[in-house]
Design a protein around this ligand. Structure first.
Ligand SMILES: [Zn+2]
Length: 404
């Protein structure tokens, strides 16, 4: 082959750019037919065909026969052994790790109970061990880990990797979570908060598939929203976009941990809600238990969950007026209440949002449950990694297109 001097705009740099466009399209979607690649990249069918052949021959992608609309088609996915990615999700009381390949298959996944707030170093010790164990269980060499996505249960500066507030995770004071995990694992780490990762997980693999604008609302010890605008997470310059929990609903309401009064969080977060039921249902009630009782017909639990839904709906109505999303996905334990909470959310939205914003909105439960954040962490790595590292030659293997 001739030696080519690479200058911007030359044939070879154009070719390289086209290779990267195809790899990027396949990486984001998991698998695509050649016609879909042509549509999403804007390249001609002939160019796509040539590029796919080249990528298959050097082992970057695998091509399998499939059918699309009744016609035979060829489905293109990144090679299963082109590399693996890892998701690590810290909740306040759990640690969950997943290992996936670039064809969007989850190869291993495990969750452990943990008191994350107590000690950051213990939390990271456990994460390091679990990642090593799960990667080993896949039989793939740890050198093949291309990147790690990390979820933390609080505001985080995505650029610096530092926590936005130490009040949320007192045991993590002085620690940069992204740096800490990257030092321990020796690979690049991307970090985001749990609500944004939940949004990304549901967008790629769950209740948000097929839309470009969605809000993922998670009610747990706090209330947060992950906002996807035109297919991308919207974080804002300080990373605090989506702090829906601190919308004021009642300025003479209870004092919130943020210092204001009557925030949405004080009507919906677990500790406030469970407190309402303490007199009637005693100590020791949890949100999953409350949801179970409500589903079995307990009137007190049903009333409280309905009220939570109405209050969430007031927040969602404001969100609708500002951003006009096409879908709201409710995550967290509360989503298990189904229509008991979704119905009141919809009622509030239709009452408080302007009709044109509420009209096209669908409110649905998340379909990934407690896995949303860790799958979102995988999706974060898959969506942010550079493609040049994938174009350096691998051996083709046979793996099915996608499964979570
Ligand atoms: Zn507040």
């Amino acid at each position: 082959m001739d030696v080519v001097v690479e200058t911007p705009g030359s044939q070879s740099s154009l070719h390289r750019a086209n290779l990267e466009r195809v790899v990027r399209a396949v990486r984001l979607a998991g698998s695509l037919t050649q016609a879909e690649i042509a549509r999403s990249t804007g390249l001609s069918a002939a160019t796509v065909s040539n590029i796919v052949r080249e990528l298959r021959d050097n082992g970057t992608v695998q091509v399998t026969s499939t059918s699309s609309g009744g016609r035979r088609a060829r489905s293109v996915a990144l090679s299963g052994d082109a590399g693996i990615v890892v998701g690590v999700d810290f909740g306040h009381s759990h640690l969950r790790v997943a290992v996936g390949n670039l064809a969007h298959q989850v190869l291993a996944e495990q969750s452990e109970p943990i008191d994350v707030d107590a000690s950051a170093s213990q939390g990271f010790d456990r994460a390091e061990q679990l990642v090593a164990r799960l990667v080993e269980s896949t039989g793939i060499h740890p050198d093949k880990v291309l990147g790690v996505g990390l979820g933390v249960p609080g505001p985080i500066d995505v650029e610096s990797g530092a926590l936005g507030s130490t009040a949320i995770l007192p045991g993590w004071s002085g620690i940069n979570p992204r740096q800490e995990l990257s030092d321990r694992l020796g690979v690049p780490v991307q970090v985001d908060n749990d609500a944004n990762l939940g949004a990304l997980g549901e967008l790629v693999w769950g209740g948000g598939r097929g839309v470009k604008d969605l809000a993922y609302i998670k009610v747990a010890s706090g209330v947060g929203a992950g906002l996807v605008i035109d297919g991308r997470i919207y974080r804002g310059p300080g990373g605090t976009a989506g702090e829906i929990g601190h919308i004021t609903l009642d300025e003479s309401g209870p004092v919130c941990r943020c210092g204001n009064r009557g925030c949405l969080e004080t009507f919906t977060a677990a500790r406030y809600v469970l407190e309402l039921l303490r007199g009637s249902h005693g100590d020791g009630l949890t949100v999953p238990k409350m949801v179970q009782l409500a589903r079995e017909g307990d009137p007190g639990c049903r009333r409280v969950i309905g009220d939570v839904g109405r209050h969430i709906g007031m927040g969602v109505a404001s969100l609708c007026n500002l951003l006009n999303p096409s879908r709201v996905v409710l995550g967290g334990d509360l989503a298990e209440a189904g229509e008991l909470v979704l119905g009141p959310i919809r009622e509030s939205v239709s009452r408080y949002a302007i009709p044109s914003a509420a009209q096209r909105l669908s409110v649905v439960p998340g379909s990934l449950g407690a896995r949303a954040e860790v799958l979102g962490a995988l999706a974060l790595v898959l969506s942010e990694m550079g493609d040049s590292t994938l174009l350096d030659g691998n051996t083709p293997v046979d793996t099915p297109a996608f499964s979570a």
